[in-house]
Design a protein around this ligand. Structure first.
Ligand code: PMV
Length: 294
């Protein structure tokens, strides 16, 4: 039986996580990893394929976003799940695209974002919308939360990023809530993160300037209380092995560290020698890149 297929990109937040929830801009880049959702029409209750790359929470949300009967859902992902690389947003976007394909509908990016954002609320409660924006648009995006949300597709960088996995999942909903509970005491840190975003954007084509700004963003996230000793160690490991800069990416509390380096292979090897799961990602061009559809 034919399947209806939809894809969503994974992402790494370069600057501005958490501050974006308070109306500051954030910069995120889509990566050459993502999620594919396949929907097949069946008789009977909607079900998830046994080997699908989803945890229980995601499976529950998939069911919430589909009709109660008539679908078998398969999810294929080369993104680590629950690591701040946008797996849940990529699943939401893939699901929206696959469901639209089943109806023969062609959706605008705005509509894909709106529907994926609604589905994402099942995962995260009160997301800013940044993850869904990158998952559907690809490329490098400056995002400001709404209403109405503001999307600026920027020229996509070409440098690779090394991802170091802490091996632990962060709970985005709890971390965002924790920052809110400490608000407005952390207002200054959030503002400092917000004002770093413009500097990061201006340094996008100058990795030697960009690196220290990324590390500074990590320090601010540590002050915000969302880093962990493991994430701080991964940042230090990256800097000790030639990285120009490194930061936690996403909500924190676990998840991954991204590192900008002239020598990705050397950093990957150094990390693996310590038993750390490490891999290199390349930016995935999106709507801002002529001839490339997201
Ligand atoms: O879902 P994550 O781990 O990529 O984090 C999302 C980024 C936050 O700014 C912490 C939350 C949000 O909704 O923007």
């Amino acid at each position: 039986m034919s399947a209806f297929v939809g894809r969503g990109h994974g992402k790494l937040i370069l600057a501005g996580e958490h501050a974006v929830v308070y109306g500051h801009p954030a910069l995120a880049v889509a990566v050459d990893r993502g999620v594919e959702v396949r929907l097949t029409r069946i008789d009977g209750p909607t079900r998830t394929c046994a080997d699908t790359a989803c945890d229980d929470r995601l499976t529950e949300a998939l069911h919430a976003a589909l009709e109660p009967t008539g679908w078998e859902v398969s999810v294929f992902s080369d993104l680590p799940i629950g690591r701040g690389m946008g797996s849940s947003a990529a699943i939401s976007v893939g699901l929206v695209r696959a469901r639209a394909a089943a109806d023969g509908e062609t959706l605008s990016l705005q509509t894909i974002w709106e529907r994926a954002f609604a589905a994402e609320k099942a995962f995260h409660g009160n997301p800013s919308g940044l993850d869904q924006a990158v998952a559907c648009r690809g490329g490098l995006l400056r995002y400001r939360k709404g209403p109405p949300p503001h999307f600026d597709d920027l020229p996509c960088p070409s440098w690779p990023l090394v991802v170091l996995d802490s091996g632990a999942a962060g709970d985005t909903r709890a971390l965002v809530e924790g920052v809110r509970e400490r608000h407005p005491g952390n207002q200054q840190v959030l503002e400092a993160i917000g004002s770093l975003v413009g500097k990061v954007e201006r340094a996008m084509n100058a990795p030697d300037q960009l690196g220290p700004l990324l590390t500074h963003n990590h320090t601010l996230l540590r002050h915000l209380g969302v880093s962990t000793p493991e994430l701080d160690d991964l940042v230090q490991l990256a800097l000790n092995h030639g990285a120009l800069g490194a930061k936690l990416a996403g909500a924190g509390g676990g998840g991954v560290v991204l590192a900008l380096t002239h020598d990705p292979k050397a950093l990957e090897q150094a990390a693996r020698a310590r038993g750390i799961h490490a891999f290199t990602c390349h930016p995935q061009p999106g709507v801002s890149s002529a001839g490339v559809s997201p």
